[in-house]
Design a protein. Structure first.
Length: 134
């Protein structure tokens, strides 16, 4: 992971990321948070949660889940964006790493027409907010 992303966040090669290592790092951090909460050490839980929110591996895995793994990956959000290439994911990572604590807006609810003439409520959000929530 360290050879893929340098310290300045300048260069990211999406296709070269070892996802097994990234997933292992995040799972280990989740286990540490669980163990600390099970023992009742709230200070350690909060510190580990802060570490997870700032973690590069967490950002990368969140972007991967939103843009590659999720079932709705081809559905545009409120911003009418569908990110389906490596450059878009790299750009989203740069945006996510630059903004530290931006306001996350609630899901926008829109009624869409269905076949029978009825309407259904659809909830959609910005990709950057979707990634921040993970």
């Amino acid at each position: 992971m360290t050879n893929v992303i340098n310290q300045n966040h300048e260069q990211l090669e999406w296709h070269a990321i070892n996802w097994r290592v990234v997933t292992t790092m995040i799972n280990n951090l989740r286990q540490r948070i669980y163990r600390a909460s099970a023992t009742g050490d709230l200070k350690k839980v909060r510190n580990l949660q802060k570490l997870m929110m700032k973690s590069r591996a967490n950002h990368l895995l969140a972007i991967r889940k939103v843009t590659q793994i999720n079932r709705g990956k081809h559905t545009a959000g409120v911003d009418n964006q569908v990110i389906d290439d490596h450059k878009g994911r790299e750009h989203l990572y740069k945006l996510l790493s630059q903004t530290t604590s931006e306001k996350i807006y609630p899901v926008k609810r829109v009624y869409i027409a269905k076949r029978i003439g009825k309407s259904a409520l659809l909830g959609s959000q910005l990709f950057s907010n979707d990634v921040n929530k993970l």
